[in-house]
Design a protein around this ligand. Structure first.
Ligand SMILES: *Cc1c(COP(=O)(O)O)cnc(C)c1O
Length: 253
């Protein structure tokens, strides 16, 4: 637990530093720890170290962990990976947030299940800012009509936009993805439909969250810098992805 606590503190310090560099209030950046592939025993340690929310890429894994850790009643789950309509019912049951919304069919499925459960769900719309085929998400020019299509779904509370930057060690090209999301958000916010809140920008991971903060991120999704390097290559999570930028965990398990 000391190690997770130290890594969390180190990431928080880096967030604070990045905010100070660009004159932002660190309280405006939410750290979402991403726990995919991390065993539930270690997630109990993360909870003991102060984590009250966890992000998971795959619904089945998230669902299993939620069930196993059901005694931690104030632990919130955020699903941050692509969702198939046939798994919407699980997300509707246990998740507090879904960050990868990019289809009306999934929105319909979630809405129907949420109605049945009597729940609401915070959602973010995933945008493909890199133009890579391997990335999910809407093309930037599809987002305005998509937001309009979401307005009838009263159980979905749209909170903002989410993206994954290009896989590259070229910081300028990574930064361009984040800037694209912010500019899109700024433009859309000028006449967003009723009930569509575009406050949040979820962008930045272990390898690039400081750059994302400089470009306006309000949520950073950080896994490996907290929990150590993952055993599985990222191609397991993102088809065709090359390996992600070097994680900066201070220690690995
Ligand atoms: C795994 C994952 C992250 C975190 O990546 P790290 O390199 O572990 O920080 C962020 N966003 C999504 C969608 C992920 O699947």
């Amino acid at each position: 637990m000391a190690q997770i606590r130290a890594n969390l503190a180190s990431v928080r310090r880096r967030i604070d530093d990045a905010c100070n560099q660009c004159g932002r209030d660190p309280a405006t950046v939410r750290l979402l720890p991403v726990s995919k592939t991390v065993a539930v025993e270690r997630l109990r340690l993360a909870y003991a170290a102060g984590c009250r929310e966890l992000g998971e890429n795959k619904v089945q894994e998230a669902r299993h962990k939620h069930q196993t850790l059901a005694d931690l009643t104030d632990l919130r789950w955020s699903v941050i990976g692509h969702l198939q309509t046939n798994k919407a019912r699980y997300v509707a049951r246990f998740a507090s947030e879904f960050q990868a919304l990019d289809s009306v069919r999934v929105a319909e499925a979630l809405e129907r299940r949420l109605q049945q459960e009597g729940r609401a769900l915070d959602v973010m719309v995933q945008v493909n800012t890199s133009g890579e085929d391997s990335k999910y998400g809407l093309a930037p020019n599809q987002v305005a009509p998509f937001l309009k299509a979401l307005t009838p779904f009263s159980c979905l509370r749209v909170r903002g936009l989410m993206t994954l930057a290009l896989w590259s060690s070229d910081t300028d090209r990574v930064r361009a993805c984040f800037a694209r999301l912010r500019q899109l958000r700024d433009r859309l916010r000028q006449n967003a439909p009723d009930r569509i809140d575009l406050t949040h920008l979820s962008m930045g991971m272990s390898g690039d969250f400081e750059t994302a903060i400089e470009e306006g991120a309000t949520v950073v999704r950080v896994g490996q810098a907290i929990f150590g390097a993952r055993p599985l290559p990222d191609s397991h999570y993102w088809p065709d992805a090359a390996s992600s930028p070097t994680p900066q965990a201070e220690q690995t398990p």
